[in-house]
Design a protein around this ligand. Structure first.
Ligand code: SF4
Length: 386
């Protein structure tokens, strides 16, 4: 196990004091990433500043990844701090960053305006950099094998609190903090703390900021964004209708209701069949192949007959619309759940592939720095083939 190594702060920006009102109402302070571009322009004009300053400020945030007024030298000195105070409040302060995989993985704990804490994980791969972000503080889905699930839900994140994790990751890439030389953030996966579909409005707002071209947003490709879910069926259909073809990742973990009712409590509301039907509809609406995440848990869900059952359920709904990512469980300390044995994993994968299911077992990134279940899923989608 690597010794965790603190790294320098990823965000050199100043910190704004939080008003009593903001803390009391429990809502993150207003931030430009919460707002469509025309709304930012309106607020800047109402503050008595030239309206075009809103675009300049947005470009600093979305293309130079800074919220430090002193770095905005193209803005008049007299206006910089007013603009930043108006639309760029401090949303996340670094508590600590741990490194793993010889520096190719950075896991950061952030403290939010109200003292809540969330994690993001930044991972370097050949040709791409991926950040796995949180959408909630804790999670209300209560999956028993998941550390985050044991915490319960504290609150949802705002759109800007989600976007800010991406901005900080982009700044870390840009500064060389990830790879030792400047690089670009290319991929975003919603697989950190929380169930993204349970915070739908904020998550889809963040997705819009990710794909909109500057100055409205970062201008990332929808193809490089993954939104995960344990199975909130109505929200899957809602996402399919948004016209933003992100990749959908379904954390299935069991192909039969008997086991899945125990592993994923929300399965008592939407059963495996309903969930896979919705996933198939998502594929039809977007053309994006759906990722099926399957954490292999020793003697729980790793039997060969379950691999066959999974293949049958997928093939029942057509060919080529889903890709299965089995991933060895990253056990949390003190947990009774652990990873499947390698030969059992091999049999599981072989069974899927013989049934014609595209299957990729991935490396486990950051396995020496403990992470939420969502992180495991992120590794499955972003890690290299083993
Ligand atoms: S597995 Fe995902 S949905 Fe389930 S408790 Fe953990 S974070 Fe929440």
């Amino acid at each position: 196990m690597n010794e965790p190594t603190p790294v320098e702060s990823l965000d050199p920006s100043r910190r704004l004091p939080l008003s009593f009102t903001e803390r009391r109402r429990g809502r993150a302070p207003r931030h430009l990433a919460d707002l469509p571009a025309p709304e930012r322009t309106r607020l800047v004009a109402e503050a008595g500043l030239p309206a075009f300053r809103a675009d300049q400020l947005s470009r600093h945030y979305f293309t130079r990844f800074t919220r430090d007024p002193d770095a905005m030298t193209d803005l008049p000195a007299a206006d910089r701090h007013r603009l930043a105070d108006l639309l760029l409040p401090s949303l996340a302060t670094e508590v600590r960053t741990l490194t793993a995989d010889r520096g190719a993985t950075l896991k950061t704990l952030w403290e939010l305006f109200d003292g809540s804490r969330v994690e993001s994980v930044l991972m370097a791969y050949p040709g791409r950099n991926t950040v796995c972000i949180s959408s909630e503080v804790g999670c209300g889905m209560a999956c028993p094998f998941c550390a985050t699930g044991q915490m319960g839900l504290t609150r949802n994140l705002s759109t800007a609190e989600i976007v800010e994790q991406v901005r900080l990751a982009a700044a870390a890439c840009d500064s060389g903090a990830l790879t030792g030389e400047p690089s670009r953030l290319t991929n975003v996966v919603f697989m950190g703390m929380g169930e993204p579909m349970a915070n739908y409005a904020a998550v889809i707002g963040a997705v819009r900021r990710l794909v909109e071209p500057p100055p409205a947003g970062f201008g990332l490709s929808a193809r490089n964004i993954v939104v995960s879910t344990v199975g909130l069926v109505p929200q899957i259909d809602r996402l399919a209708a948004e016209g933003i073809p992100v990749t959908l990742a379904v954390s299935l973990h069991a192909p039969d209701d008997e086991l899945r009712d125990d592993l994923i409590p929300i399965n008592s509301r939407w059963k495996v069949g309903e969930l896979l039907d919705a996933a198939r509809r998502y594929f039809e609406a977007t053309g994006r192949r759906v990722s099926i995440e399957y954490a292999l848990i020793r003697d729980i869900n790793d039997q060969q007959w379950r691999a066959q059952r999974l293949a049958d359920e997928l093939n029942l709904r057509g060919r080529g619309w889903a890709h299965v990512n089995p991933i060895p469980l990253n056990p949390t300390p003190g947990s009774m759940w652990t990873a499947s044995e390698r030969h059992v994993e091999a049999t599981f994968v072989d069974t899927l592939m013989r049934a014609g299911i595209t299957t990729t077992v991935r490396d486990t990134r950051g396995s020496d720095i403990d992470g939420a279940c969502g992180q495991l899923a992120a590794q499955a989608l972003t890690g290299g083939k083993r």
